[in-house]
Structures are given as structure tokens and as C-alpha cells.
Design a protein around this ligand. Structure first.
Ligand code: ATP
Ligand code: MG
Length: 453
């Protein structure tokens, strides 16, 4: 999307030349010759940035600035003036102006300042967007023992400010955990900056993280700040840290140990105060053995290790998650909220979920959209899930070598299923299974089968 700029100056020649130059730079430019028109155009064209002259007949620039600050605080304003005094510049800064440029205008200076101002603004809105999004996804759904334990650990880890390493398979909720840690920390008012180390090409990651000095390499025509600058005072989330090169790992280690780093192409030492939360779905122990992950970095990060369990180890949470996602996907829908037949829920519980919570979430989304009628039934569950579950109750029956273990396992899930089908009426179930009631009771006790409470 093109960024929109509004130029406000009473001198026509200045407006003309700026409109021309900035249009050439790829901006969408409009202009106004006085303050009143400027405010009108701000309202209607919603510029991202305004170049605002101070001396104008009728309503002067300062007055316009005051009004912008009140009604459109998200717009970046750069003041321009031929009669600039320190005093006016300070006053403008206090009223929220991003910068103050003196006339005669240097086009180069204008372009650089605009670029910086827009970048900083978009960073700001990215951050506030995170916060807004947070509230809805902050709740970690689940009550199974492994999730309850994880939530306890998050509660303990969050306020400490210590580094955290989150590990777990794909789609288990590592990012959600990172956000929860941030939201519950003392830094929750400061930035939360996310970096996906796997998504950034190796040769760019350092300048992304640490920024670069002007002239650090061809094309570096102005200094650029990095993610660690943006995260100063706050939290940085290094996602997929297992994908980081050894060289970058060394720089991260230095930040963890000393709180300092150098910009690419710079020799100044920059000090930051950043809490690092890292996540990985890789086995870092194995990577250390292979020599592709630094052991010292691992120990530094692993002060508070949090392990997010795979969904197959907490299938008790499946019904809650299904419910949660149905609610999420029905938000804003006019149709009545769908319900899920208990037999369908059972099938979902029995599946081994290789893609974990994300896979379940995607499936629920699909089911809410594709299912006709108000109830999602067993026939709506895709075959690959139904087939697996019907064959082995979803349990890894063939994982056994020992016949007795396999037989016991089968017996347990068989009895469980039949009990469920008969509303946990032991007498009726025993009759159907053609066995003594007391014998069935014994089995229920020895297999610790939950009698449907
Ligand atoms: N316990 C949970 N409660 C509610 N939503 C969850 C839960 N766990 C995961 N999710 C949702 O599932 C999706 C995947 O989670 P997330 O992105 O945090 O996983 P991840 O472990 O970071 O995955 P990857 O390894 O693929 O990056 C997200 O939309 C997230 O909101
Ligand atoms: Mg993730």
C-alpha cells in the first residue's frame, strides 16, 4: 500500500516542488494551502504523515498541530519553517511533532526524515496491534494435568524477568505461551517484539536483529535500528531459535550475558535491557551434539525451561478446545452457534493429532463452515480421523510387542467403550458382554476405568 502524505504550506512553489518530488518517491501526495483545509483533508484522506508549515495566514501551524495531536494522534507530523527558533521547535516537539526541519528545505533531508517517521509509526502500531490481539488469545485453554502444570510454571516464570526457553512440537501453542509470559510480566506495558528466526534469510538476520550503521554495506544509505533496539525495556521473542546460525548465536549470547551488542558495520557498543524468550520445536540437545547449537547459549536460555506437551498426551483437553474454537469461529456470525455431537467429540479425542492444537483448530474451523445444520456429527468427521479411531480406539494398540500388554490395553478400551454405550450401567453392560457382573466390576477396578462421573 502506498503511504499518504499531506503537504501544508501557503507558498505555492514549495507545495508544487514537494508534491512532485514525493510523488516520484512513491508516495500518494495531497496538499493544502492553509490550516483549515489541512484539517479537512486530514479527516477525509487520512494521511500517514503531514509536512506542516508554521507560518500561515489565518490558522498557523502550531494551532493545526495542536488539533492534530488531539484528534489524529496516529499521524506523524514534521514541521517546516523558515523562522525556526529553538523555542518553537521545543514547543512543536511537546505537541507531538516528530521532527522540525528548517527552510530552505533540503530535499534529501526531507525524504530521510519522512522515511524514519513512517517506519517508527508503523512499528508503534504493530506493537499496539499485538496488545489488542493479545486479549483474545491470551487464555490458554485446557485443564489436563500437563497443561495445568504448564500454566503454573508460566505463572511462576512470568514476573521473574528471567530468560525462558519454550520447547514443544509444531502447533502445540509455544507462541501462545510466550505471549502469556509477556502479558503476565512486569514488562507488559513495554514492547513485545517477535522475530521468527526461521523466516528471515541467514544473511539478513543480523541486520534485522541488531540494525546497521550507514555505509555498513552497499545500499545501507542510512542507519537502521534493529529488533533489539525496538525491544529495549521490553521483551523479544526469538521464535525457532534452533534455526539461528552459530555466528548469530554468539551475538545473542553476548546480549544475554552483558546486555550489549554492536550494530552491523558499527563499532559502538550498544546497551539494551531486553528480556529474551526463545522457542524451538527442535531437539537442541541433539543439535549441541552435532555442533550446530552453542551449549553455553542453551544453558543461558534454559534457566526456565517450559515444555509444551503434544495434544496426544492431553486428549482430555480436546472437548474444551473444540468448544473454545467453535466459539471463536462463531463470533460475528449471525447463524446460531454449532454444537458437536458427543460421539464426534469422542472421535476427536481418540485421534493422535500430529499437528497438535493448530491441526485441531483448523479442523474445527473447517467443520463450522462446511457442516450443514446446527450439529457436527460423527459423519462429519473426516475419514482419516474416523478410520484410525474406529480401528484402534485411537490408541496405539500396535505399539506393543508384548501380547499380554496389548490384550490388557484392548480389554480396557473395549470395556470402556461398551460401558459408555450403555450409560455406564454395569449390569446391562455385563449382560451384553456375556460376563458376570462381579467379574466386570473387578475389571473396572483393576483398569481404573472412570465410571462416567
Ligand atoms: N491451549 C490452547 N488454547 C487455545 N488456543 C491454543 C492453545 N494452544 C494453541 N492454540 C492455538 O493454536 C494455534 C497454534 O499455536 P501456536 O502458534 O502458539 O503454536 P506453536 O507451538 O508456536 O507452533 P509452531 O511450532 O508451528 O510455530 C494458535 O492459533 C493458538 O492460538
Ligand atoms: Mg510458533
Amino acid at each position: 500500500m502506498k503511504k499518504r502524505i499531506l503537504i501544508v504550506d501557503d507558498e505555492e512553489s514549495i507545495r508544487k516542488s514537494l508534491v512532485g518530488a514525493l510523488t516520484d518517491e512513491g508516495y500518494e501526495v495531497s496538499d493544502a494551502e492553509d490550516g483549515r483545509k489541512a484539517l479537512e483533508l486530514t479527516e477525509t484522506t487520512r494521511p500517514h504523515l503531514i509536512l506542516l508549515d508554521i507560518w500561515m495566514p489565518q490558522m498557523d501551524g502550531m494551532e493545526v498541530l495542536r488539533s492534530l495531536n488531539k484528534d489524529f494522534p496516529e499521524v506523524a507530523v514534521i514541521m517546516i519553517s523558515g523562522h525556526g527558533t529553538i523555542e518553537t521547535a521545543v514547543k512543536a516537539a511537546k505537541l507531538g511533532a516528530y521532527d522540525f526541519i528548517e527552510k530552505p528545505l533540503s530535499l534529501e533531508k526531507i525524504i530521510i526524515t519522512i522515511d524514519h517517521a513512517l517506519r517508527e509509526k508503523s512499528l508503534e502500531s504493530e506493537i499496539s496491534l499485538y496488545r489488542a490481539r493479545f486479549d483474545v488469545s491470551t487464555t490458554i485453554v485446557g485443564e489436563s494435568p500437563p497443561i495445568a502444570k504448564l500454566k503454573d510454571e508460566i505463572q511462576m516464570a512470568a514476573p521473574t524477568g528471567s530468560y525462558v526457553l519454550i520447547s514443544g512440537e509444531n502447533g502445540t501453542g509455544k507462541e501462545l505461551v510466550a505471549r502469556a509470559l509477556f502479558a503476565m510480566s512486569r514488562r507488559s506495558d513495554a514492547p513485545f517484539v517477535e522475530v521468527n528466526c526461521a523466516a528471515i534469510p541467514e544473511e539478513l538476520i543480523e541486520s534485522e536483529l541488531f540494525g546497521y550503521e550507514k555505509g555498513a554495506f552497499t545500499g545501507a544509505d542510512a542507519k537502521k535500528l534493529g529488533k533489539f533496539d525496538s525491544a529495549d525495556g521490553g521483551t523479544i521473542f526469538l521464535d525457532e531459535i534452533g534455526d539461528m546460525s552459530m555466528k548469530t548465536q554468539a551475538k545473542i549470547l553476548r546480549i544475554l550475558q552483558e546486555g550489549t551488542f554492536d550494530r552491523v558495520g558499527g563499532n559502538k557498543t550498544i546497551t539494551v535491557d531486553v528480556r529474551v524468550i526463545a522457542a524451538t520445536n527442535q531437539n537442541l540437545g541433539k543439535k549441541i551434539e552435532e555442533g550446530t547449537f552453542r551449549e553455553d547459549l542453551y544453558f543461558r536460555l534454559n534457566v526456565l525451561p517450559l515444555v509444551v506437551p503434544p495434544l496426544r498426551d492431553r486428549t482430555g483437553d480436546v472437548p474444551l478446545l473444540v468448544d473454545h474454537f467453535i466459539n471463536e469461529f462463531s463470533k460475528g456470525e449471525t447463524r446460531r452457534k454449532k454444537t458437536v455431537d458427543p460421539r464426534a467429540v469422542d472421535m476427536l479425542r481418540g485421534y493422535h493429532w500430529p499437528g497438535n492444537v493448530r491441526e485441531l483448530k483448523n479442523l474445527v474451523e473447517r467443520l463450522t463452515i462446511m457442516t450443514r445444520g446446527g450439529v457436527i456429527g460423527p459423519e462429519d468427521i473426516p475419514d482419516y480421523i474416523r478410520g484410525k479411531v474406529e480401528k484402534g480406539g485411537g490408541e496405539p494398540l500396535f505399539a506393543y510387542d508384548d501380547l499380554k500388554e496389548a490384550r490388557d490395553h484392548f480389554e480396557r478400551i473395549f470395556i470402556e467403550k461398551k460401558l459408555k454405550e450403555n450409560d455406564f450401567n454395569v449390569t446391562a453392560t455385563a449382560k451384553i458382554l456375556n460376563m458376570e457382573r462381579s467379574h466386570l466390576h473387578k475389571k473396572i477396578r483393576s483398569y481404573k476405568i472412570d465410571e462416567g462421573k
